[in-house]
Design a protein around this ligand. Sequence first.
Ligand code: LLP
Length: 386
Amino acid sequence: MFDERLIERLGRIDTPFYFYDMELLRSTLSAVKEEADKYKYKVHYAFKANANGPILREIRDFGFGADCVSGFEVRKALETGFDPSKIVFAGVGKADWEIELGIDAGIESFNVESIPELEIIDEIAGEKNRIANIALRLNPNVNANTHHYITTGLEENKFGINQWDLEKVAKVLKRLRNVRFIGIHFHIGSQITDLGSFKDLCLRVNDLQKWFVSNRLYPKVINVGGGLGIDYENPDENSIPDFKAFFELFDEILELNADQEVHFELGRSMVAQCGNLISKVLYVKDGVNTKFAIVDAGMSDLIRPALYQAYHKIENLTSQEGEEKYDVVGPICESSDSFGKAVRIPKARRGDLIAIRSAGAYGEVMASQYNLRRLPLAYYSDDGLF
Ligand code: LLP
């Protein structure tokens, strides 16, 4: 990804910052579109992965919808020009103002996560003399086999309505007058690389669908969420995830009734590989068994390694001298402020440019001002600077 010219240009900018390869973003989005279109699948991009304007505008222009999890994301989707009829709104704790915003905007659907939430949406819609579309988020109790912090589809997780509440929710739905049931929604977790978990999900969906139909509730929309993982180890070799195999699997296993739509909420797989956190080496210092390369980016810029022990490939863009092992750490006053232990990179010196790869998803959006640092800036390959 980084040729000499680009490295030279990146070297002129104050570090740390995020750099987005917009060509790669567009190729990824067109791969998603091409494969999803084969089955008329609809994709709502999960805003939580990255909500930068230039990225959202590309996604909007490809015709994808928006999957939002806060009123702020719904607002951003509307401001960016996403069609309200393509905005879905999920989350276990929607505040009243967020529900009002969604109803006023006429969004496609609320993905409802509990019976009390369903009743409040009905109440607020009633006060406004409106009918709110809702999909029920069901907890499928399927294991996503990923990091436990990003597993969401198990009964022990806070998300969705559990099996034992189904009878009750069906009764409540039939009583409520200001909500329209349009579908069922699932999401089992994130960074899922074993397609077998999605197969398990499809089988559960097939079962649950039958239950709904036999209870005279017809889900027009089957929303299977997001979660497709990316290859953090080989960002250049596998820069675009295998969307073909992913959508094919759903086509093979999901049993659909006439007129049903299948929706997806992909986040990471659409934006992760196009983003990199660019940093500079401040100091190299000897440790007991190791050498530290202290860089000017920290966990406030990219928290995934500290929070989930996540792996991000680290490259020294400046040096080609023989490889050495370093603990690559940031300046923040926490031992967890580390991007990788015993990382092999070409010999590092003060001023070397370091790229932390595959950081386009859940990178910048999770940045904080811890230690009163400034939020990282973002640059885009088609800025004119490159
Ligand atoms: N739909 C729902 C309801 C979700 O909760 C999520 C992600 C997605 C879709 C998008 O999933 P994706 O396609 O991006 O896997 N901060 C963590 C990831 C948290 C994911 C939360 N939910 C990380 O850095 O790995």
